[in-house]
Write a protein that binds this ligand. Structure first.
Ligand SMILES: *Cc1c(COP(=O)(O)O)cnc(C)c1O
Length: 333
């Protein structure tokens, strides 16, 4: 079966780069949503804990439950609980949701500083704070998210200014001890120093550096995808391989078929248009459960940098990684 190896040295290297900005591990919250960007939520949680990380961010309650033992603080981005929890904090994404949270739930209020996706508007803040108080929720933090932190434009500065306005409003209304956070990976690594209370880092801990902001900082990809050979044959000159026969050999070559296909998360658009890090060319169409390469190896390193697959698939590393099915076995090396 195709399998994933996770490089612990690379993971720790990436956390070192982030800790160098935050100056303390306590400010780092690792983003483990969507099976830790396809890496395996339990594997990444256990390595993060070993490194000394105490905070994590997930999408939903089932993910929070899976990692509850590994962290002291967990932030759920989009889910509403049946009952309050000591450890788990919940995001308020919409002012009309406030009444749906059970009494005494620890909540964090998301403010829309310009992305216009989730969160209450700056104008709605006083009303949202009233409603939180009336519903007897425990407000711990105000946070926001950037829409263009990974692009070198003025957008990032403009959103930071908006968030500053939101912070001032909340502080002036008497919430002195509330925590603030806004930085994802790109934003964290753009700051010369982090003066907020927490950063929420995803793609950088996994070592994906597609963007200009994240390249050149020494981040190293954590995940490698390996496939195992199903069969091997000699393809004679002018013979074709796979569905539709879209690859025709110009000479006699060895072709092997490996057990990684589009059902496992290999983007079919890469068909006939990808070369592995060790130089094996993908030939013909990617099938549901397998794909063919000009190789006679028993084990094939399909990729060790999602950014390169992402280019061939005309997408971003995030999508390449989160497409990987959770049943693919993981091994920490
Ligand atoms: C996914 C997500 C992050 C992490 O973003 P990266 O670019 O992967 O660091 C941070 N905050 C929120 C709200 C997110 O949804």
């Amino acid at each position: 079966m195709a399998y994933i190896t996770l490089n612990k040295n690379h993971f720790f290297n990436n956390l070192d780069i982030i800790a160098n900005k935050t100056k303390t591990k306590d400010k780092i919250a690792v983003v483990l949503k969507d099976n830790a960007y396809g890496h395996g939520i339990l594997e990444i949680a256990s390595m993060a804990k070993e490194y000394g990380i105490t905070k994590a961010v997930v999408r939903c309650i089932p993910e929070a439950k899976m990692i509850e033992e590994y962290f002291e603080y967990i932030l759920v981005l989009a889910d509403i609980p049946q009952e309050a929890s000591q450890k788990v904090r919940y995001t308020i994404n919409d002012i009309n949701d406030i009444k749906k949270f059970p009494k005494n739930t620890k909540v964090e209020l998301k403010v829309d500083s310009g992305m216009h996706r989730n969160g209450v508007s700056i104008e709605q803040l006083p009303q949202a704070l009233e409603s939180i108080k009336k519903n007897e929720l425990i407000l711990e933090a105000l946070f926001t998210h950037h829409r263009s932190a990974d692009e070198l434009t003025s957008e990032w500065f403009w959103q930071n200014e908006n968030f500053q306005k939101a912070k001032d409003i909340v502080k002036n209304l008497g919430y002195e001890n509330i925590r603030f956070h806004s930085a994802n990976s790109a934003s964290t690594l753009r700051h010369s120093k982090i003066d907020e209370d927490m950063v929420r880092v995803g793609v950088a801990i996994y070592g994906c550096a597609d963007s200009d902001i994240l390249s050149g900082l020494g981040l190293k990809p954590v995940l490698s995808l390996w496939a195992e050979r199903n069969s091997k044959r000699e393809l004679k000159q002018e013979q074709r391989v796979g569905y539709g026969g879209i690859f025709e050999s110009k000479e006699d070559v060895i072709v092997s078929n490996y057990d990684f296909g589009y059902a496992d998360g290999f983007h079919r658009i890469c068909s006939n248009n990808y070369t592995t890090p060790e130089g094996e060319r993908l030939v013909g169409r990617i099938s549901m459960d397998n794909s063919s390469f000009l190789s006679d190896k028993e084990k094939l390193l399909v990729f060790d940098d999602a950014a390169i697959i992402a280019k061939s698939a005309k997408t971003i590393s995030y999508e390449v990684l989160t497409s990987l099915k959770s049943y693919i076995k993981k091994e920490i090396i």
